[in-house]
Design a protein around this ligand. Structure first.
Ligand code: ADP
Ligand code: MG
Length: 417
């Protein structure tokens, strides 16, 4: 009997209003707004948790919107207040709310408009604000992680490029070392017999001129002399390249080296209509090197530019040299941009142009040693040389010259003997 009584008590309807409970305890903020005046008629507890405001603080619903000019907010405002919204069945919008403490809260707003017919007199907007703070901060974290990953990736890529160019430099250095050994031997062995050939050839030429006056024989001997001179030039270049001596090292002004090397070719430039323009920054520091070797580098660059311009379509052209401090390290390095508007080169030539004996020039014209020797000379002082070129687009060499390689705490050619 008593058990039945208890059961009956449990089954009794609760004393609270379930709809009221639904409203006040909802997990989202619920507002009832008068559409004509914008006044908040009713709001639940969640509004305070979300914004810090209670209904009485707010009065007007627009107090929740941080910036009336922001497009999102304007859309919401007009939705809440405009006449045409009266027939609107509702919408969803992500938006920022102004909290009582001045910070922003992020929420999704859903509005349902209730016409006067339905409510019996008032046009109402029934608004639900769903807290999006957690989602937003997750989004921000994700975005931050994304940028972290991206910059890590970029760093990897940079490191990869650096490694690649270091590897290329090593390969080049290896080739040069091999060439150096070979060249030193060959140059030494050939020098003696060549001196003999040249001496006899010149003597023969003199005899032919004086005694026989045979033009064909004279032509032949002339060829022997010419070719011997050419061989001597190659041997000289090889010896220059393999010479490790640094006794001639001194502080050298780069503009004067450029002027000196240019002088040797000026006559040819003039007769071929090639203009040379040198732009040097004022008060450049000197660099510590062997001036004759540096001159060799510029002679090679001038000669190549001359040939490239001649091989180009116009046959006349311009060489431009810009000399300045290196922007990223102005105290320790100079930079030389050496450009011509000649024929340019394809990628195959570009890949091989520092290789010893690589030449695209006809037999008798190129030795293929100019750039490999120049590369070697610059490497000795921790300098470098890069090339940019495309067929028909001219060529530009970018040289980096250390002001004093001894202060770069890398290898010291003086000590290598
Ligand atoms: N300024 C340039 N324009 C176009 N091609 C060039 C230029 N400089 C060098 N080259 C290319 O690089 C090759 C190698 O140059 P180099 O080592 O000086 O040897 P060489 O001039 O004796 O051929 C040249 O044969 C040419 O194909
Ligand atoms: Mg050359």
């Amino acid at each position: 009997m008593s058990a039945a009584k208890k059961l009956k008590v449990v089954a009794q309807p609760p004393k609270v209003d379930l709809y009221e409970l639904l409203f006040s305890e909802a997990n989202d903020a619920i507002l009832l707004v008068d559409q004509d005046s914008g006044k908040i008629l009713s709001a639940n507890q969640r509004l305070q948790e979300l914004t810090g405001f209670v209904r009485q603080d707010l009065g007007q619903v627009k107090a929740l919107f941080p910036d009336a000019k922001a497009p999102l907010t304007q859309k919401v405002r007009s939705a809440l207040f405009s006449e045409e919204m009266l027939n609107h069945s509702g919408f969803y919008e992500d938006m920022a709310l102004l909290r009582k403490d001045g910070y922003l809260a992020f929420a999704t707003l859903s509005v349902k408009t209730l016409t006067a017919e339905k409510t019996g007199g008032q046009n109402l907007a029934f608004c639900i604000l769903h807290d999006m703070g957690a989602k937003k901060s997750m989004e921000r974290d994700l975005l931050a992680k994304h940028w972290e990953l991206k910059s890590a990736y970029e760093e990897l890529e940079r490191a990869h490029l650096e490694l690649k160019s270091a590897q290329e430099a090593l390969v080049q250095a290896g080739k040069l070392a091999a060439l150096g050994e070979l060249a030193a031997g060959v140059a030494h062995e050939l020098n003696q017999p060549l001196a003999g050939i040249m001496g006899f050839a010149q003597e023969l030429e003199r005899l032919l001129k004086e005694k026989f006056q045979d033009p064909t024989a004279l032509d032949f001997s002339g060829e022997i002399v010419k070719n011997s001179v050419r061989m001597k030039k190659i041997i000289q270049q090889l010896r220059e390249f393999t010479r490790k001596s640094v006794e001639d090292f001194q502080d050298v002004g780069v503009p004067s080296v450029i002027t000196e090397s240019r002088k040797l070719l000026d006559q040819q430039f003039r007769s071929r209509g090639i203009e040379v323009q040198v732009n040097a920054e004022a008060n450049l520091p000197t660099i510590y090197c062997n001036p004759f070797q540096l001159e060799q580098v510029f002679i090679n660059l001038f000669t190549n530019a001359r040939d490239a311009i001649e091989a180009g379509e116009r046959g006349s052209g311009r060489i431009t040299i810009d000399l300045r401090r290196k922007t990223s390290d102005p105290k320790r390095f100079l930079e030389v941009a050496f450009r011509d508007d000649g024929c340019g080169m394809n990628s195959e030539t570009k890949n091989r142009l520092f290789d010893p004996f690589f030449t695209t020039k006809e037999v008798g014209k190129g030795t293929g040693l100019g750039l490999s020797v120049s590369y070697g000379i610059l490497s000795k002082i921790n300098g470098s040389m890069l090339v940019e070129s495309a067929p028909g687009k001219g060529t530009s060499f970018l040289l980096t010259l250390p002001v004093d390689y001894r202060t770069l705490n890398a290898h010291d050619p003086q000590k290598e003997g």
